[in-house]
Design a binder for this molecule. Structure first.
Ligand code: ARG
Length: 562
């Protein structure tokens, strides 16, 4: 503001908007502007002259430590420690206020994630959806939104017909005695046999039709299978710190589809296609192929249920947004879904298909498994086994009285964070060594840094309420950087939420840890004198608190000791 006034007064420019950047390089100060360069031409002055006079003016400000001209006319400003600290608390306050304002508005956001298909192998995309979805949900909640987390399980559809046929033919004991693995076995057997005997597919289709029509044996069979699958998911969800407000699977919409089919027909949007199915066609410019709404034999499909799902969610929660965290493979499907809703002319919230890319496995064993069948529990167990090894390898540095708990926290965290630290829109890489490394952008690195900070705080007898002393005159370079990184936390959270990109938060936490470790390695904390010691302990506590808050949003847990 001051810069703007000054330029107006001195050079008579009325439209000079001064933009400030916050560079990370310490030689560029806390704030940097190129206004002198862009103004110089207009006012017929040399950039250096404008920059010098501006720097001189700014250095008179009480909050400015020094202002310097750099390069061909940049002005870099260093703030006084007290001013930086004031900014930190102001940004905190603004953040708290915005969370409260959001809470008052009671804005609902529906998040649809994880959604495994019952009695079908769990695909790797379910693991990704589960973790990414939970992180986004946590970030929304933290920002004051009322997030409604829904597990839209695939508990309806032809696969139940297949399973019923397989059980009828090759079942060896009552269905309730089957484990999930054995159900998978039945399912796989069906597919193997169906390759040889085409009539099986037809039999399965009929079985599902009977189920839809309410045949009671099939109904009981179905309920049992759903129960077995859901119970087996409970443990892995708990371990991953994943929770849902509602499990409303596809079957939930069984009786909610008819009115929409009627509406679509009445509006002449749903028409009979060549093969007798009910279809919806899209405007030329969308370039979307027609979608089937109802099969020729009258059975509903995934798409039909998603139409009903959208209607139900809109009517029930009047949400601001509905987010579907689903594999990029379903991109066209969601385009068709959203296009259909538009054609129906419903009053729609923001609807977004939150995509994620493919996962590539570095581990040979994992990548050669047929059809990417990935058992969540197995992955987590493997991660914990590997974490135990990592702990053993770092015997001299790691101290813990509960090794099993630490290995669980580290292993599970490594998988979750390994995924969340990657840009979800790109193809991702599943790399055990990277996920469990102590040096890079990994869960163990964050966990170790946190434990290190807490240990300093314990030794320094720092209490939780300790505030920054306000008469700090100088800042070491690493202190200034860490402080500036802390300042960014609220805006990073907001950016991660707006873009639904958890990796932005992950990258920030990694940076925060690096900045803290640089500070920790350079500056004495416990051995510093009075005010400086208080300052450094408070800085350490602030860092540990931000790290914990941020990490927990990413479903990670951090130890106080290790
Ligand atoms: N169960 C589906 C699958 O595994 C994903 C469901 C996504 N949610 C939705 N409302 N369509 O591919």
């Amino acid at each position: 503001m001051r810069a703007q006034e000054f330029l107006q007064k001195t050079y008579g420019v009325s439209d000079a908007i001064v933009q400030w950047q916050s560079p990370r390089e310490s030689q560029r100060g806390d704030a940097s502007t190129s206004i002198a360069l862009s103004l110089a031409k207009n006012i017929g002055e040399k950039p250096m002259v404008v920059a010098k006079s501006l720097a001189q003016e700014l250095s008179k400000l009480p909050e400015v430590e020094r202002a310097e001209v750099a390069g061909t006319g940049y002005v870099n400003v260093w703030l006084k420690p007290a001013a930086l600290l004031r900014e930190l608390s102001a940004s905190r306050k603004a953040h708290v206020e915005s969370v409260k304002a959001n809470q008052r508005k009671k804005q609902n956001v529906v998040l649809d994630y994880s959604h495994p298909n019952i009695a079908k192998p769990l695909g790797v995309h379910h693991l990704l959806s589960t973790i990414v979805g939970q992180a986004i949900t946590n970030i929304y909640r933290n920002a004051g939104y009322n997030a409604i987390a829904i597990n839209h399980i695939g508990d309806w559809g032809t696969q139940f017909g297949k399973l019923a046929v397989a059980f009828r033919r090759w079942g060896t004991k009552p269905i309730e005695q089957y484990t999930l693995d054995e159900l998978l076995g039945l399912y796989v057997k069906f597919h193997d046999e169906a390759e040889k005997d085409e009539s099986l597919e037809e039999e399965a289709r009929l079985a599902f039709r009977d189920l839809e029509q309410g045949q009671s044996d099939l109904r009981t069979f179905w309920e049992t299978v759903v129960g077995i699958t859901m119970r087996s998911m409970q443990r892995p969800y708990e371990r991953l710190h994943v929770t849902f407000d509602l499990v409303q699977g596809e079957s939930f919409y069984e009786d909610k589809m008819a009115p929409i089919l009627e509406e679509g027909k009445a509006k002449k949007l749903f028409t009979i296609g060549k093969e007798g199915a009910l279809i919806v066609e899209f405007p030329e410019e969308t370039k979307l192929p027609p979608a089937i709404v109802l099969k020729a034999d009258g059975s509903t499909i995934y798409f039909t249920r998603d139409l009903a799902t959208a209607r139900y969610r809109i009517d029930t929660w009047h949400p601001l947004e509905i987010l579907y965290v689903v594999d990029v493979a379903q991109q066209q499907y969601f385009q068709q879904l959203f296009a259909t809703l538009k054609l129906l002319e419903w009053d729609l919230p923001v609807m977004e298909h939150v995509i994620f890319g493919r996962m590539r496995f570095i581990d040979r064993q994992m990548s050669t498994r047929k059809g990417n069948i990935l058992k969540l529990e197995e992955v987590l167990d493997e991660a914990v086994t590997r974490a135990k090894q990592v702990i053993a390898d770092h015997r001299e540095t790691i101290q813990t009285d509960d090794e099993a708990a630490l290995a669980e926290m580290m292993g599970v965290g490594a998988v979750a964070y390994g995924i969340l630290s990657q840009n979800r829109k790109m193809d991702m890489v599943f790399d055990w060594d990277k996920f469990l490394s102590f040096e890079g952008n990994s869960a163990p690195y964050l966990q170790y840094t946190h434990a290190r900070a807490r240990s300093v705080l314990r030794k320094g007898d720092a209490n939780e309420k300790q505030q920054f002393p306000d008469d700090i005159e100088v800042l070491a370079e690493t202190e200034r950087l860490l402080l500036k990184t802390l300042l960014l936390f609220p805006s990073v959270l907001e950016d991660a939420r707006e873009t639904r990109m958890p990796h932005k938060l992950a990258n920030y936490l990694f940076q925060l840890c690096q900045d803290f470790n640089a500070f920790y390695n350079r500056e004495p904390i416990l051995k510093a004198e009075s005010d400086q010691r208080d300052f450094r302990l408070t800085l350490t506590r602030e860092m540990a608190d931000v790290l914990r808050t941020g990490a927990e949003l990413l479903t990670l847990r951090l130890p106080d000791r290790m």
